[in-house]
Design a protein around this ligand. Sequence first.
Ligand code: PMP
Length: 407
Amino acid sequence: LSSEEIKKIRSDFPLLQREIYNKRLVYLDNAATTQKPNLVLGALQKYYTDYNSNVHRGVHLLSQEATDAYEVSRKKIAKFIDAKTDKEIIFTKGTTDGINLVASSFGKKFLNEGDSVIISAMEHHSNIVPWQMICEEKNANLKVIPFNEKGELRMDEFEKLLDDTVKIIAVTCVSNSLATINPVEEIIQKAHAKNIPVLLDAAQAIQHMPLSVQKLNADFIVFSGHKMFGPTGIGVLYGKEEWLNKLPPYQGGGDMIKSVSFEKTIYNELPFKFEAGTPDISGAIVLGYAVDYINQISIERIHATEEDLMNYAMNALKTIPNIRFIGEAKNRAGVISFLLGNAHPFDTGELLDKQGIAVRTGHHCCQPVMDIFKIPGTVRASFAFYNTKEEIDMLIKGLERAAKILL
Ligand code: PMP
């Protein structure tokens, strides 16, 4: 994207125009959540102004309009991730909700005493705790793929873990604390050679790179709307049709049934079997508009622009004395985690905030990663296509000032 195009894109995001502490906001916390373009904000307003109504139940016009828009959005998402059919797209509350759904449903049906689940040492808490919970319930074991000092998965160790007890593998495509892009294709191939299904956490991948579920051949993929320029409270679980058909429903209630009597309930077909209750209708519809917005720019161009920005940022950050990078994998996306000498990350973050620069500090919901590096947390700058090289320069200036005070 040219700087002219980025300028135009930035004008689509009202929040990016904000000033804080009388300074222009530099928003570098995109891994936590992204800002929303006018296309998304307008669609949200339009839904509640023009056709707010419950879906799938009404014969009246508004309900038909809401249902159509909800299902159109499902189709847009299916196309965006190259799913075979929109039946494979389940609306959830977000990544966390999607992982809990699979851990619970898959675990209930397929995990038994002595079985195991493989995750990696760089997972977000949301891809650790749901598996721990189901493993505890089923007396199954949680096995963890370690990573090396650069933050790259130890594939040799992964292969050693792949024994006959393994029933499912859940790994992240991109680490939200280390930025590592994991070799998920290789993981999937090796797992499938042993008939083990794989769940991918795409929370930090979907907004940065093209993702084709058919090419990847993953069995389940989860992501959050709010990290891809859509609203909070909505997310997606993609599941292969044959897997979703095999799993029991996660929650019971309206919409997920075909018929109910006190003797027997017949569950609805896909995708409705996994969407109990009134869903986040506006969120789902508007997520489709977020996908439209990404498509207007093109995810390939977004990827290239962000790679360029990451390289620029890495080179600029290297000039800061006493900077220590946490996570130096060869393949990286989206975030740069670091520490300024021995300064506590919170202090660095606070000094940046006062200069108008929003970064995240702390463990980023990856406490095991911080334990492995023996640090309390990191400062994390995370990028979206609307960030500019000028903003990176401002981050560098801000860090130089912070370093003078802290070191
Ligand atoms: N996995 C990863 C890699 C993440 O970065 C996040 C959000 N930080 C999540 C899972 C959880 O996403 P959510 O809170 O939207 O459910």
